[in-house]
Unconditional design. Structure first.
Length: 260
């Protein structure tokens, strides 16, 4: 199995190296990641407005090549699939992100949206994020990496459905505290919020990052799962057509456009 690994936290992130180390035991790993922090860029592509450079990075893992790209996670996936990989990629994995990617935050996530490049090419794709409860607690990239490797092994063996993006959120807690894995749906809110900044100009805002443990939502959602101590695996698809609205709009749009 040939595995392309990327992220949005940048090539120097501990998370991407923990992920690559674990996945190297499942298949042949190639790392292509941004040369700097790119969180929150969503599906942004730099090629449309500027040149992108590629630099080979020093790899800490035997047999794993790494490249730093002066662009976004989507740029990295495009270059990894089309130029840097010497073989067909069988699995695309993005992460490990420092912080959860759940609910309405998902479309803004560079970590999750990087997987679209694989998804649209029918390549099994997975995004992996670490959901911390306490920013002062130990960061358990090792646990999230083990989870990613286990899922990758199942995909390799053909025992897991692969026509959806798997959005994986792992609580950053001790292994003995993790209750198991739940397959979930997305919550109907996000953690990232804009709040009026007190004492600043009217057009200035502060960004508020919620704490997963403080958020309440319905059972069997991604937020509920990580709050309860479960690993959350949410299958995602990206068909943006609102099919249920087509008939209604057809019935009410007839009078528009008579001037054509």
């Amino acid at each position: 199995m040939n595995i392309l690994v990327t992220n949005d936290d940048g090539i120097s992130s501990q998370g991407i190296w923990a992920l690559a180390e674990a996945l190297s035991k499942v298949g042949n790993v190639l790392i292509v990641a941004p040369d700097k922090q790119q969180s929150g860029v969503g599906t942004s592509v730099s090629f449309l407005r500027e040149n992108v450079t590629i630099t080979e990075a020093s790899s800490t893992i035997v047999g794993v090549k790494a490249y730093a790209v002066s662009g976004t996670p989507s740029d990295c996936v495009i270059l990894g699939l089309r130029q840097l990989s010497q073989a067909h990629i069988d699995l695309l994995v993005s992460g490990i992100n420092y912080g959860p990617n759940v609910g309405r935050d998902i479309p803004y996530s560079g970590t999750v949206m990087a997987t679209l490049g694989g998804y649209f090419r029918k390549i099994p794709s997975m995004a992996v994020s670490l959901a911390f409860r306490d920013r002062n607690a130990p960061i358990r990239f090792d646990i999230a990496a083990r989870v990613a490797a286990s899922i990758a092994e199942n995909i390799k063996n053909g025992t897991m459905q692969t026509d959806a993006i798997l959005n994986v959120n792992v609580p950053s807690i001790s292994p003995e505290l993790i209750k198991g894995i739940r397959v979930t749906r997305t919550a109907d809110f996000g953690y990232v919020r804009l709040a009026d900044a007190i004492g600043k100009s009217a057009d200035s805002y502060d960004v508020k990052i919620g704490n997963p443990a403080e958020s309440k939502t319905e059972d069997n959602t991604d937020v509920w799962a990580i709050n309860a101590g479960y690993i959350s695996v949410t299958p995602l698809q990206f068909n943006i057509t609102h099919h249920d609205a087509i008939l209604s709009i057809k019935e009410n749009i007839q009078g528009i456009g008579n001037w054509f």
